[in-house]
Ligand binder design. Structure first.
Ligand SMILES: [Zn+2]
Length: 205
């Protein structure tokens, strides 16, 4: 059965269960496209399955200072409850000879998030994709202590499956995850501290 048909069947079942009279012409007109709307909503939320991965165009640079982007809003579906996860991503990197086109980071974050994916895994996937896009393999193989560049990712998200069911946390309860490489792993070089101070300012705390 196609996903669209499943959405339409689910919609009809739920609408009937909530006592909507789908035979009434007025009600029918209001709800007859609910299944299709739900299907389109899922296609947006699962954009990783339906849209091409954004191409990560890079440009040469002589700048080797930290570049920080965020907050970038993202939306995912929890793979355990199919419930909405929404949050903000903060991305930093210290380049080496090349930088990414500025719009590429938000595009990558939103595309990678568009899946049934755990926040912990999404954090690492963003970090891995950026590492591969901005650094050559020889740089990526270097030990953190001797690397002057790297990638930092922090995600803060609300899991609606923790709000509306089970533990029922407050709606301002956020889950924070991070993934860092290279110079961001070395507190002596202060890249980590500088990046995290940006994240805290961006989060308004
Ligand atoms: Zn969940």
């Amino acid at each position: 059965m196609l996903l669209k048909e499943i959405c339409e069947e689910l919609s009809t079942t739920l609408l009937k269960a909530s006592k909507k009279d789908l035979n009434d012409p007025a009600t029918h007109k209001e709800y007859n496209r609910t299944g299709e709307r739900y299907y389109n909503l899922l296609l947006e939320l699962l954009c990783r399955r339906t849209q091409e991965k954004p191409e990560l165009t890079s440009f040469p640079t002589t700048n080797n200072e930290m570049i920080v982007c965020g907050p970038v809003d993202f939306y995912s579906l929890c793979p355990h409850h199919l419930a909405l996860i929404f949050g903000k991503a903060y991305i930093g990197y210290v380049p080496r000879q090349k930088v990414l086109g500025l719009s590429k980071i938000p595009r990558l974050v939103r595309w990678l998030a568009g899946d049934l994916i755990k926040q912990e895994d999404l954090t690492v996937e963003i970090s891995d994709n950026l590492e591969a896009a901005v650094f050559d393999e020889s740089v990526r193989a270097m030990a953190p202590e001797v690397r002057h560049n790297g990638v930092a990712v922090v995600l803060r998200a609300t899991h609606t499956c923790m709000m509306v069911r089970g533990v029922k946390v407050n709606n301002d309860c956020l889950t924070t995850t991070s993934s860092m490489t290279g110079c961001f792993l070395d507190s002596q070089k202060q890249a980590r501290t500088e990046f995290l101070s940006f994240v805290h300012r961006g989060a308004g705390s």
